[in-house]
Design a protein around this ligand. Structure first.
Ligand code: ADP
Ligand code: MG
Length: 399
């Protein structure tokens, strides 16, 4: 689960990490009040969306002005103007994809005088099974690019869970960032606070880009991106309450209600599959035959008729879907349940696009019989290749 920058900073503040003062707002009038309460003389108006690259992003609407999704303001009036330009408009960044994201809230923050920008992140390193730090002097820019072009500028280390963050971890960070004296002390302090926040809140990732040194010699977290381990959310109701569902895909939210593993994608062929591996293989073979999958969907091993119906409805509700491929291996799952689920869903929502069904395994004959006798326009397929070829052909013919 992801949260907004201002929410992440509130958590960091709770743990004593240095962040700027700021106020989240939803309207230009609130922006004025926020700017007045902060006092200035420099403010930053920051779009709150669940995507990075906001500073270099561009708004789709001309009325939103030329500047990006993070703007420096030198007066209360300017804060108000920027807020009015940005609210309700669509920000496109390298992380949002071409469709962009609508900006519905802003964070009005104290402006900092930046001396240097660094990068710092914490994540779970699956190779070592530990919490790892990634730090670099190359802050404020795309870390993937730094990793690719100048990997020597990235320092990583992991932390032994038995000891937690130790003074030497702080010294490693200070050394990597070229910090000495008072700033090195601040770095040590920051490392232990961030580590505590990360572990206690069950974060999956915490990224500070940039971590800055101000002109008056303070280390500060100027941006904060946090995601949480969904499996641990049950023990953090405070974190769950931060969820902003308007930032999430409506189809994915619907799918999560039925405990379906669903991820929306950009292609044209909706897939309903059981088992993550089979789902991946199905997506691959659709691509191999020249089309793109519209989603990843694993209905799971023991799906009920209701679950299958919900899944089918989510797929058909996607306007990008031009054809549907149902690919089920009935191990624990029974093919007749799938057939009944598909029929129930089609009765409810209709079927406007070609549907190819490939069933194999438990009760396969019964499943096929149910589908044939339903009178639905289902194209049966024998194996994975056959199924992919048939759905791609049907989609192309229907265009
Ligand atoms: P994003 O990573 O989404 O572009 P950031 O929060 O990192 O958003 O902001 C982009 C840039 O804007 C930062 O690298 C920094 O240079 C500047 N910036 C952000 N917040 C402030 C602030 N409070 N004061 C001064 N400059 C800021
Ligand atoms: Mg940033």
């Amino acid at each position: 689960m992801n949260i907004h920058e201002y929410q992440a900073k509130a958590i960091l503040r709770e743990y004593g990490a240095p962040v700027s003062r700021g106020v989240p707002i939803f309207s230009p009038d609130e922006a004025v009040a926020a700017a007045q309460s902060l006092g200035g003389p420099l403010w930053v108006v920051k779009s709150q969306i669940h995507a990075g690259g906001r500073g270099k992003g561009k708004f789709k609407e001309e009325a939103a002005g030329e500047k990006g999704g993070v703007r420096l303001a030198k007066s209360v009036d300017e804060v108000k103007t920027f807020a009015a330009q940005m609210l309700g408009n669509t920000l496109v960044t390298i992380q949002t994809g071409p469709a962009g994201k609508q900006v519905n809230r802003l964070y009005i923050e104290d402006g900092s005088d930046i001396e240097k920008e660094f990068y710092l992140s914490i994540l779970v390193d699956r190779a070592t099974g530990r919490v790892a730090f990634v730090v670099s002097t190359e802050g404020g820019m795309d870390i993937e690019e730094v990793a690719h072009n100048t990997p020597e500028k990235i320092v990583t280390f992991s932390i032994d869970p038995a000891t937690g963050a130790m003074p030497h971890h702080g010294r490693t960070v200070a050394h990597a960032l070229g910090l000495t004296g008072e700033l090195a002390k601040q770095a040590g302090d920051l490392v232990s606070k961030l580590y505590r926040a990360f572990v206690e809140k069950d974060m999956a990732m915490l990224e500070i880009n940039p971590l800055i040194v101000t002109k008056d010699g303070q280390l500060k977290c100027l941006d904060a991106k946090v995601s949480f381990d969904s499996n641990a959310l049950y023990r953090h109701p405070d974190v769950v309450s931060l969820r902003d569902t308007t930032e999430e895909d409506a189809k994915e939210i619907e799918a999560s209600k039925y405990d379906l593993s669903y991820i929306a994608l950009d292609g044209t062929i909706g897939c309903m599959v059981n088992g993550a591996g089979l789902a991946m293989a199905t997506m691959d073979i659709i691509k191999l035959y020249g089309e793109e999958p519209a989603n990843f969907l694993d209905v799971g091993g023991g799906a009920s008729k209701e679950k299958v119906t919900a899944a089918f409805k989510i797929i058909t509700a996607d306007p990008n879907v031009q054809g549907i491929l149902v690919n089920i291996f009935g191990g624990i799952m029974r093919c007749d349940i799938i057939a009944e689920g598909v029929i129930a869903a089609v009765k409810e929502v209709g079927l406007q696009v070609p549907l190819v069904v490939r069933l194999e395994g438990t009760n396969v004959e019964l499943g096929k019989k149910i589908l044939t006798e339903s009178g639905l326009n289902v194209i049966p397929a024998d194996d994975l290749d056959d199924a992919a070829a048939k759905i791609v052909k049907a989609v192309k013919e229907a265009r």
